[in-house]
Design a protein around this ligand. Structure first.
Ligand code: SAM
Ligand code: DTB
Ligand code: SF4
Length: 327
């Protein structure tokens, strides 16, 4: 690809460089990110990824942000064992009919199980692919063998997030290490699966920590094919319940920095979208996001509603000037 030097794909970003980008005057940052976005993508192509929790709650990990951790006993959440394949595939069909391009299935496991439940997930993946949708799963840690089995079933991408920068990580999770996460990502890549990997902002981390995460992500060669940027959904009963809400413009900065350092990735405006106005979401799309989670629910918390999403996509569509003139 004959990209100008400024738009080149790089894997050697320093944290200082990313912080400097992130802290540019906002309009310069957005302009730079948007130029790169337009260089590598059709900006009108915004992916709709539907999300379903296929196994909910009771997770042995202690991720401070997560309502599904068994460590956070005050959270009001019903545990649900692995769903039946037919129930999941029925939901995938509904999502497809509603216009979703990708079906993502999330399970509250520390690592993917090595029993029949794994075979069931493989069947779900096969079924989603047969419906003609992209399939993504997030099951916790996986071995190279499990990653290969998922790839054989036609899995498009595996989601496993770094969540934050390496220096802040220990403040958020103590039951598995950054290195554990990198091992799973290696298994994912080794099986030829697309890598879906990003993180969360709003957990008390600094801009440097955010840049630290982007540096690790941009260090992958090739870059992750998709990068979900979640804003913390502060759930009552979790250790991060009282965290202040992120300023939407800080999210715009994070998305723009992500777009600049990973020009080809699908940058997904993920959890936290329900707190954003339609205009703030559009600013995120201008800054380089080109994917959203679509549907009323994320895993256990509410997503932007169907009406809000209709309003968002209607605003993005070409205006029907004929109809306007007639009204
Ligand atoms: N258990 C698996 C794992 O951790 O890899 C898969 C499911 S886990 C819920 C997937 C991701 O959701 C986490 O890595 C985190 O980035 C995101 N997440 C979980 N709870 C969140 C919250 N309250 N706000 C924002 N993102 C959240
Ligand atoms: C990701 O990065 N975000 C999604 C998905 N990957 C699995 C999960 C968001 C979860 C938000 C909190 C909840 O609904 O439980
Ligand atoms: Fe478990 Fe995943 Fe939640 Fe961590 S983020 S507690 S691993 S479900």
């Amino acid at each position: 690809m004959n990209a100008p030097a400024d738009f080149a794909i790089r894997h050697d970003w320093t944290v200082d460089e990313i912080v400097a980008l992130h802290d540019l005057p906002l309009l310069d940052l957005i302009a730079q990110a948007n130029a790169i976005h337009r260089r590598y993508h059709d900006v009108n192509n915004v992916q709709k990824a539907a999300l379903m929790s296929i196994k909910t709650g009771g997770c042995p990990e202690d991720c401070s942000y997560c309502p599904q951790s068994a460590h956070h006993r005050e959270v009001k959440l019903d545990r649900v064992d692995l769903l039946e394949t037919k129930e999941v595939l029925a939901a995938a069909k509904v999502a497809k009919d509603a216009g979703a391009d990708r079906f993502c299935m999330g399970a509250a496991w520390r690592s993917a199980p090595k029993d029949k439940r794994f075979d069931d997930v493989v069947d779900m993946v096969r079924g989603v692919r047969e419906l003609g949708m992209e399939a993504c799963v997030t099951l916790g840690m996986v071995t190279p063998d499990q990653a290969h089995k998922l790839a054989e079933a036609g899995l498009t991408a595996y989601n496993h997030n770094l969540d934050t920068g390496p220096e802040f990580y220990g403040d958020i999770i103590s039951t598995r290490t950054y290195q554990d996460r990198l091992e799973t990502l290696k298994a994912v890549r080794g099986a030829g699966l697309e890598m879906c990997c990003g993180g969360i902002i709003g957990m008390g981390e600094s801009v440097r920590d955010r840049a630290g995460m982007l540096q690790v992500l941009a260090g992958f060669d090739p870059h992750p094919e998709s990068v979900p940027i979640n804003t913390l959904v502060a759930v009552e009963g979790t250790p991060l319940a009282e965290r202040e809400k992120v300023d939407p413009l800080d999210l715009v900065r994070m998305i723009a920095a992500t777009r600049i350092v990973m020009p080809k990735a699908r940058v997904r405006l993920s959890a936290g979208r329900s707190f954003l106005s339609r205009e703030a979401q559009i600013l995120c799309l201008v800054a380089g996001a080109n994917s959203i989670f679509y549907g009323e629910k994320l895993l256990t918390t509410a997503n932007a509603g169907e009406n809000e999403d209709d309003a968002l996509f209607a605003a993005l569509a070409p205006r029907d000037t004929g109809a306007l003139a007639a009204s």
